[in-house]
Design a protein around this ligand. Structure first.
Ligand SMILES: Nc1ncnc2c1ncn2[C@@H]1O[C@H](COP(=O)(O)OP(=O)(O)OP(=O)(O)O)[C@@H](O)[C@H]1O
Length: 310
């Protein structure tokens, strides 16, 4: 893929204790996208982004960022990425602006107060620039971490569980921030446990489990491809059992016998709904209402991980 800014090839990581956290992972991250990496605890998400950012040495395989190999060309590769870690690790007595300037300096970049101001304004932290970090709210602290990660003008930003443990309102603020950063042209990779977060933000979704990438796919295509639709048929009169002639439709009785649920593949040419309606009519089953429901990403995810464990 020509527009890949990060290219991970056959990456394996076995920790000193012998645990293999990544197994032959290959992944291209496209310029300008938001890629969400979803996976259960211990799946290898943090190990993967740490390896890309040069914090964990791969056991085998390669990673390039903007064409620079992270081992052979460490400085050039590292300067293109910003990492927002899971844990808040700020100097409590340092002012916001000093913290961000300092981070920039760590990358050997010359001081650039215009850039630092731009970043702090983007993250609504400009008014707090002279506040000590210990006096900030949790949400503001997380934004300072993002400001630090953006201080050296990276092209790719890694967010490791950006909203773990934050309340709903802060989570929504964070989502807005991520969208704004994307609009500015930053490529974003985030790891998350929250399927809703991936569903909300991502252009593509990667599912990682047991050190392997199980799937990477465009979010819409994924939801379309794997999405099943349900037709819920509410009955005028409840049923105790499903009449035998309707068995081929694979119906399920729900709502205490007051509804029949028909599951179909919405991508298939024929949904079977017309045939079902004819058969219901033939059984003299009267309907009071019908509605459709769609699979959520959560159902798709659980299904994939469960299938894998089976
Ligand atoms: N420094 C380390 N030394 C040894 N094992 C490690 C180390 N860091 C992580 N692991 C192990 O590697 C596996 C993958 O961990 P990792 O933190 O990458 O998963 P994760 O998907 O980020 O999990 P979580 O969602 O819980 O943060 C786990 O079994 C973990 O215990």
């Amino acid at each position: 893929m020509s527009d890949a800014i990060v290219r991970v090839s056959d990456l394996t990581k076995t920790y000193a204790g012998g645990l293999t956290a990544l197994r032959s992972v290959s992944l291209d991250i496209r310029q300008g996208e938001i890629l969400a990496l979803l996976g259960p605890n211990g799946a290898g998400k943090t190990t993967l982004i740490s390896a890309i950012c040069g914090l964990v040495t791969p056991s085998s395989g390669t990673v390039t960022i903007g064409g620079h190999d992270i081992l052979r060309d460490y400085r050039a590769a590292r300067s293109l990425v910003g990492l927002v870690p899971q844990e808040i690790n700020l100097e409590p007595f340092e002012k916001v602006i000093t913290t961000v300037r300092f981070s920039r300096g760590l990358f050997g970049k010359p001081q650039n107060d215009d850039h630092v101001e731009r970043v702090l304004r983007q993250l609504s932290l400009w008014d707090k620039r002279d506040t000590q970090t210990k006096e900030l709210s949790g949400g503001m602290k997380r934004r300072v971490l993002i400001a630090k990660a953006l201080s050296h003008e990276p092209r790719v930003l890694f967010l490791d569980e950006p909203t773990a443990g934050v309340d709903v309102e802060l989570r929504r603020d964070m989502w807005d921030t991520v969208r704004e950063l994307k609009a500015l042209g930053v490529t974003i990779i985030l790891t998350t446990h929250y399927i809703e977060e991936a569903e909300e933000l991502a252009d593509r979704i990667g599912i990682i489990a047991d050190g392997e990438i199980k799937l990477v796919e465009d979010k819409r295509a994924l939801m379309h491809r794997m999405g099943q639709k349900r037709l819920v048929i509410e009955l005028s009169e409840p049923l105790d059992t499903i009449p035998e002639p309707l068995a081929p439709h694979g119906l399920r009785l729900a709502e205490g016998g007051h509804a029949l649920v028909y599951t179909y593949d919405k991508t298939a040419g024929r949904t079977g709904i017309r045939r079902l309606m004819v058969d219901l009519e033939a059984q003299d089953i009267a309907l009071s209402d019908v509605r459709t429901e769609e699979s959520t990403l959560e159902e798709i995810f659980v299904d994939l991980v469960r299938k894998d464990a089976a």
